[in-house]
Write a protein that binds this ligand. Structure first.
Ligand SMILES: [Zn+2]
Length: 397
């Protein structure tokens, strides 16, 4: 294989050339940008792309409309849905990138995969489905819906692999006293914690692995965890990753937590340059125990817009969740609120459980955050709908 740096530089230059030739990015990019790229580090001097650059729908498609064979769209809570377009080549690339991760954790022609991901505009269902099929697996496109139907199907078809969001998988497992055994769970589409992994693995008797993707890039298939469970391998032959300071935009060194920025230069229909994902993570280089040398991204610890600064400490929802769930009796939902009475920030975390867990949760939060947190324990069902669901941090200052 070519040295990754040279391969990535060629990918960047080729993608930029295609974007410039289309005229679609004339408002943002010029030939000068292309001329400036001599080295991969020159990527840092190019402009960012943000979600609002992608509307109106299909305005950033750089191929003729007849080359588009599919569109997907992200749900988008605060913005209009973001529409992404695929050529036939993009769909092939997508399946190949997702399949690389699935093959690494043992999905193959003997696998029976139960997919409880949503099918439709959401990229998760069809993205994982095509990849598993390409590996020869038997795929059950159960999609989302009634829990009892999922459990009956898993049992009846002896599924050994589950695709789902982690919160839904936990909800499924905890809706019955003894869920059917599943060998492997491949999760994605929402951030989750190491503590949640422990609970999922215990509940299903499974090995649980993480994946990462977003529709603006391609869908799932950006990064995948191997069985070493030590960070997700990022498909650098298709996506160029950077981590930047969310406030200044400066590129951070490996190992530092910041906002993940991705360039999807291998895409035919809609390559994006330096797209700000809004996801907070860190990159790590060096060979993994599995032998893979692709750069690894750490578990996503939260969203840039979900981050709050309390008494000078950056706090991410993922950190809070990990701390709360590390207390094994804290089984339910949790919610955090930051207030500022008398000019002093106060962080209050409400968790569900028995009253006696209060000191343990308080100690776990103090350990992780390095600051004192007020913990209020309420009976199960009083915060949310169960399943250790992240309800985020409310800022009331
Ligand atoms: Zn690995």
């Amino acid at each position: 294989m070519e040295p990754p740096q040279r391969q990535q530089l060629a990918l960047l230059r080729d993608g930029l050339k295609r974007m410039l030739a289309s005229g679609v990015w004339a408002d943002r990019l010029s030939m000068d940008h292309l001329a400036d790229i001599r080295d991969l580090s020159d990527l840092a001097a190019l402009p960012f792309t943000v979600k609002t650059d992608l509307s109106p729908a299909l305005s950033r498609v750089i191929v003729p409309r007849r080359a588009i064979v599919r569109v997907h769209a992200s749900s988008g809570t605060t913005h209009q849905p973001t529409v992404v377009a695929y050529t036939a080549g993009d769909l092939d690339l997508w399946a190949r990138l997702v399949a690389r991760g699935l093959a690494a954790v043992g999905v193959g022609s003997d696998s029976v995969v139960h997919s409880a991901l949503g099918y439709g505009l959401f990229t998760g269902g069809l993205g994982f489905h095509a990849a598993a099929e390409s590996l020869g697996a038997t795929v059950v496109p159960a999609s989302t819906g009634r829990s009892s139907r999922h459990l009956r199907l898993i049992e009846a078809l002896s599924a050994d692999v589950l695709f789902a969001t982690p919160s839904y998988a936990l909800h499924l497992a905890e809706s019955v006293s003894a869920p059917p055994q599943i060998r492997l769970g491949v999760f994605g589409a929402e951030p989750w914690s190491e503590a949640m992994r422990t609970r999922l693995e215990a509940a299903w008797g499974m090995t649980a692995v993480d994946t990462y993707g977003l529709s603006e890039m391609i869908g799932p298939g950006v990064a995948w965890e191997c069985l070493a469970k030590d960070g997700m391998h990022l498909n650098e032959d298709a996506f160029l990753p950077e981590v930047v300071d969310p406030v200044t935009g400066a590129v951070l060194e490996d190992g530092r937590i910041g906002e993940l920025v991705l360039s999807s230069m291998a895409r035919e229909a809609m390559p994006l340059l330096r797209y700000r994902t809004g996801d907070l993570t860190a990159l790590e280089r060096g060979e993994c125990r599995c032998g893979e040398t692709l750069v690894r991204m750490r578990r996503v610890v939260g969203r840039v817009d979900g981050m709050v600064v309390v008494r000078g400490v950056n706090i991410y929802p993922g950190q809070l969740e990990a701390a709360v769930l590390s207390v094994s009796e804290a089984r339910g939902d949790w919610q955090a609120v930051v207030e500022r009475p008398e000019n002093l920030d106060v962080l209050t975390v409400t968790v569900e459980g028995a009253a006696e867990i209060q000191p343990a949760v308080e100690a776990a939060l103090h350990d992780v955050l390095g600051l004192r947190v007020t913990v209020v324990v309420v009976p199960p069902g009083r915060v949310g709908h169960g399943g250790g669901k992240r309800l985020g941090i409310q800022d009331r200052r």
